[in-house]
Design a protein around this ligand. Structure first.
Ligand code: CUA
Length: 628
């Protein structure tokens, strides 16, 4: 530092004040971080009590409602113990699903080699609720004859707490949301009822579980595992693996920003002390004034480059009817936002420097009534952004409402592929062939987790959700091959869930499609499944059971028992198979069982095609082969 002693003293005083201010600014952030790293929900934990004896005399009810002792399920086999409750909106289903998926790949079988025990932590859960969970899990597990190895227990609060305390599973109840905050994971227990090993989180290595089961079967216990806890606590937050990294990064960024701002102010003040008349800041202001008065060399040389850079087409090709519309609104939004940001920040900076304390800029009294200026500004921005809202809504509605007719393609997403089937039965994986210039409607569903069907060149992105059918549509305007991505993180091979959309001239597409016509079409496959799942036993006429005939149903209005009229569309057919109690047809008894977890989603698409084909006159696919 080369400033004189007086300046130094002045600067030190300023500096101290500056640091005090920085600390004051940072304080809330630091406390927020401490709160985030502390257990996100007090009273919630999963303590690893290896070797602890579980209270085998505790009484529960099994899923049929029969009272039992916990010890009933402990004799010669190790036990996989899972805690959860049926109304859990988040983690429980994820935990059970992950556990079941993991158990599926193990060589040892539930029932034969180990017992699965699910204990509800919610005293209001009924055996009926738990029976439903059992159906779900054993359905997913999918090994026949193993259901006797799965036990779903409910019990009183006292029994639950006795067991969970022994297991180190501490949870809390939030009366406001009527939900439990709890941790995730499961426990392997020895046949004698001693805790052998914990598996925390939702990602379990099958190899480790297999060896833990093997050791537990021999009565051996394992050791504590290190794993960050995933908590299920809506509104309290999930503290995951990256929480700490994010907080540290944020802190560093905030500290740097605060230092930059106050360092800059300190620097400016110091410059001003040096030459109060003509500080560096006013040099800048002078330069801005000079630039405004006429173009300079710098401006001439760089501007064209900046323009070329800015107006390069940064986006993927526009290959659908929707793409140019999406791009137009996108660039308009970027433009307006940029204008506002640069306008506001720019004028702020300019005024900050020009009218700083001690500058000699003229400060005449304001002559216009600021109320007018403010009203005009508020009105103008409101109108502009409302216009954007309506514009965006128009495009959104266009995207959401598929035009009638056109080609229908069934797409099933699963870890980790796109399974595409055309109406004539031609099937392809991770490829989608479509004709140029024709509407294509995608009927999509997922078999496992959420995926997202994303074709950037079409500006088309649609989440595909398990248990639901979603529709997306597009009309390609360019022949060629375009990327197809999964745009939703869906597991370890998510990045491999990619493919191609191949847009061909219509004649070429017809030719391509016909090359697959040796296969049965969707409706024909649907008919085969209709027989295989024994739907025909009741729905083919004549049948012993009084069930609604299906011919001509699709597309019509169906009267229900409770006096509503329901349109028999795809969703209706799907619901009728999976939730038959939902819309019972007038004049019929609720006899049909649910086929949830029995019929996979891709088969349901085919069954829908079959029911649809029954609505068309003279179109019984029992006799028809695929048309080219
Ligand atoms: Cu499917 Cu990511």
């Amino acid at each position: 530092m080369s400033t004189g002693a007086g300046h130094n003293g002045f600067f030190r005083a300023r500096g101290a004040r500056c640091i005090a201010f920085c600390v004051a600014l940072l304080a809330p952030l630091l406390t927020a971080r401490a709160a985030a790293l502390a257990p996100a929900a007090p009273g919630v934990s999963f303590d690893q009590r290896i070797g602890e004896q579980l209270p085998l005399d505790a009484t529960f009810r099994d899923e049929t409602g029969t009272p039992i002792h916990l010890g009933t399920y402990f004799d010669h086999q190790p036990v996989v113990l899972v805690f959860g409750y049926s109304r859990c909106p988040q983690l429980c289903a994820v935990v059970s699903n992950a556990a079941v998926q993991m158990l599926r790949v193990l060589r040892p079988s539930a029932g034969r080699d180990y017992t699965v025990m699910y204990v509800s932590i919610d005293p209001t859960d009924t055996p009926r609720d738990l029976a439903a969970l059992k159906r779900r899990d054993t359905g997913r597990y999918g090994r026949h004859g193993t259901a006797s190895g799965w036990h779903y227990l409910s019990g009183s609060e006292a029994s639950i707490l006795r067991l969970t305390d022994a297991a180190g599973f501490h949870f809390t109840y939030d009366p406001r949301s009527k939900l439990y905050a709890h941790a995730s994971g499961f426990i392997v227990v020895t046949p004698a009822g001693r805790i052998a090993q914990y598996f925390l989180g939702i990602d379990y290595a099958p190899k480790d579980v297999a060896s833990a089961l093997e050791r537990a079967a021999a009565g051996q216990t394992g050791s504590t595992v290190y794993s960050l806890l995933l908590l299920c606590a809506r509104g309290i937050g999930i503290s995951g693996r990256y929480g700490r990294v994010i907080w540290v990064t944020l802190e560093i960024a905030v500290i740097l920003t605060v230092l930059a701002v106050f360092g800059g102010i300190a620097w400016m003040l110091r410059q001003e002390r040096k030459s109060p008349r003509r500080s560096a800041a006013s040099h800048v202001a002078a330069r801005i004034d000079a630039r405004a008065s006429g173009p300079r060399g710098l401006y001439h040389g760089v501007a064209p480059l900046i323009f070329a850079f800015a107006f390069r087409d940064w986006l993927p090709p526009r290959a659908s009817t929707l793409a140019p519309r999406v791009d137009l609104i996108f660039w308009s939004l970027v433009g307006v936002s940029a204008l506002l940001v640069f306008g506001l920040v720019g004028s702020n900076l300019y005024f900050l420097i020009r009218y700083r304390r001690g500058s000699l800029a003229p400060r005449p009294p304001v002559k216009v009534r600021t109320a007018y200026v403010e009203t005009a500004w508020i009105t103008a921005t409101t109108v502009v952004f409302l216009a954007f809202f309506f514009w965006g809504a128009r495009i959104y509605l266009m995207e959401e409402r598929p035009p009638a007719g056109g080609l229908v393609v069934a797409v099933t997403a699963r870890q980790w592929m796109w399974d595409v089937r055309h109406e004539n039965g031609r099937r392809e994986f991770n490829e989608l062939h479509v004709p140029l210039g024709e509407d294509v409607r995608l009927q999509m569903t997922s078999e496992d987790v959420i995926h997202s069907f994303f074709v950037p060149a079409f500006r088309l992105k649609q989440d595909v959700v398990p248990g639901k059918q979603v529709t997306a549509w597009f009309r390609a305007t360019q022949a060629g091959t375009f990327h197809l991505f999964c745009a939703e993180y869906c597991g370890t091979v998510h990045s491999g869930m990619i493919g191609d959309v191949i847009v061909m001239p219509p004649e070429q597409f017809a030719e391509w499609l016909s090359r697959g016509n040796a296969m049965e079409n969707l409706a024909q496959r649907g008919r085969r499944l209709f027989l295989r799942y024994n739907c025909s036993g009741c729905h083919d006429q004549p049948a012993a059971v009084h069930a609604p005939p299906l011919a001509g149903v699709y597309g019509s209005l169906v009267p229900t028992r409770d006096g509503r009229m329901v349109r028999a569309d795809d969703a209706y057919v799907r619901d009728s198979i999976l939730q038959p109690q939902k819309d019972i047809v007038a004049g019929y008894e609720p006899l049909m069982p649910s086929f949830q977890n029995v019929i996979p989603e891709s088969d349901i698409l085919d069954l829908i095609s079959y029911v649809k084909s029954l609505a068309e006159p003279n179109a019984d696919p029992r006799s028809r082969r695929a048309q080219p």
